[in-house]
Design a protein around this ligand. Structure first.
Ligand code: ATP
Ligand code: MG
Length: 146
């Protein structure tokens, strides 16, 4: 399992600008398989729990307000080296520092409204995938992933 899955969220700003299609196209073109997907609005409890590592940060309340402001697309993405390759595809947290051709460079509005989430480690990817998806909602292309 290690290294083969990552979790993405297409955030409310990108959804409201009709960027779901273009972002999913970039994900597909980069060779990721979509193993699970949902379209729904996060509750404040879900958003606070998902981003609990940032609860002491000055931007935490604003981040939760943003993440619950409209629907999101949550998906499990699969390929070899998924976490690192997806972080490369999305670019830096701050879109002004993101490389040309990255998802955040193309679709982010600001450091907060930065289009997409991507897991930052294999351990967090596993935690985040189970946070949103039960076994029956996951369709892995890797036989070894439970
Ligand atoms: P994500 O976890 O969403 O993939 P990231 O790992 O690149 O993003 P984190 O440091 O985990 O960045 O921050 C989580 C999210 O909090 C960011 O994606 C962004 O939406 C928001 N955020 C981060 N830093 C700031 C900031 N300085 N001001 C406002 N919002 C911020
Ligand atoms: Mg992060």
């Amino acid at each position: 399992m290690t290294g083969k899955q990552t979790l993405t969220i297409i955030k409310p700003g990108a959804v409201s600008h009709e960027y779901i299609g273009p972002i999913l196209a970039m994900i597909n073109e980069a060779g990721f398989h979509i193993a699970a997907m949902k379209y729904f609005r996060l509750t404040p409890i879900q958003a606070r729990s998902f981003y609990s590592v940032h609860k002491e940060k000055t931007f935490f309340n604003s981040l939760i307000e943003f993440m619950t402001s409209g629907p999101v697309v949550v998906a499990i993405l699969e390929k070899e080296n998924a976490v690192l390759d997806y972080r490369k595809l999305i670019g830096a947290t701050d879109p002004t520092k993101a490389e040309e051709g990255t998802i955040r460079k193309m679709f982010a509005e600001s450091i907060e409204r930065n289009a997409v989430h991507g897991s930052d480690s294999d351990a967090n990817a596993t935690r985040e995938c189970y946070f949103f998806f039960s076994r029956s909602e996951r369709f892995s292309m890797f036989d070894t992933i439970p």
